[in-house]
Design a protein around this ligand. Sequence first.
Ligand code: SF4
Length: 361
Amino acid sequence: MEIVKENKSVNRNIIAKRITPLSSFNSAELEKIVIEKLNEPKFRAKQLAEWLYKKLILDANSMKNIPAKLFDKLTENDFTTCSSEIIKKQQSHDGTTKILIQLADNEVIESVIIPSDKRITFCLSTQVGCPVQCYFCASGKNGLTRNLSAGEIVEQFIHCCSIIGHKLPSNIVFMGIGEGLLNLENLLNALEIISSENEINLGARRITVSTSGWVPGIVKLADQEKQFNLALSLHAVDDEMRSKLIPGKMRYPVNKILEACRYYRQKTNRMVTYEYTLLKGINDSIVAAKKLTTLALENRAKVNLIPYNSTENNGFYRPSAKRINEFSSILEKAGVQVSVRREMGNDVDAACGQLRNKYNK
Ligand code: SF4
């Protein structure tokens, strides 16, 4: 494992007041700000959008064709080209890179860059902490601190792009910290900027939104009728099994969640993926594999099995390799489109939220 950079004493001179990152805005909104608030010509908005969304650069010092007085005006009006900062970067020997990003109010989120074959995937966060508090997850341990704003989500994406050479990734998945559908308005605004042709232009089919099964959010996302992929963190085949993994306050009945996913498919024509974290002795039985097969076939869903990444002494364990094989074979032989997630970055606190928790401690 290589620690590329660590900086715990970042100068946060923008903490004191609420500063809005420019990446909160689409090109038309940027134009309005430049003309009406900064009293600058329209082409300056185009230049700013070009730096942020085409060159994927947040650092004002690199924006050579923008005059210093425009940056002064941005500051006077409580705007900034960059409100957050990468404070730590850990690279695993399998190429996975975990980064910690410090926000303007000193809160910290984490993102992961995962290379595989010829693809690069970013795993991004949507909230600081998570209100769902799944029993097996490090991210939810201390509950929710706050939602990320749309601008912070877009900045997080651009920070990750900067690490791979200011290029776009092949895919992004919102499977980092947080339940994205509980921050849906900000997430949708960020997705608009990331996927729109006028701004970043990463196709909607290359974007996956994950949910722990927040039914109203699934329905609202479906009603957008966009081509985003939906990943449902199902993790269990019935309500009793699910109650061992997800606290009741945020847990909908399995049949309601599956119904919402069918609605998603109907509205978007996109196949939903069931994410299923395999936990020894809890949801890894042969009976569970058969039930999951039935659910996937009935609902025409794909299944992604995720052997649990044991992190701390929390009573959850990874099943044996033999059991993982048996489980996936049952699905595969029955004709379910199934994959088993490869363990990546296990030398860099790979489990979601682990690096952030360590840093906060
Ligand atoms: S698994 Fe996802 S939904 Fe559950 S606590 Fe962790 S981040 Fe939140």
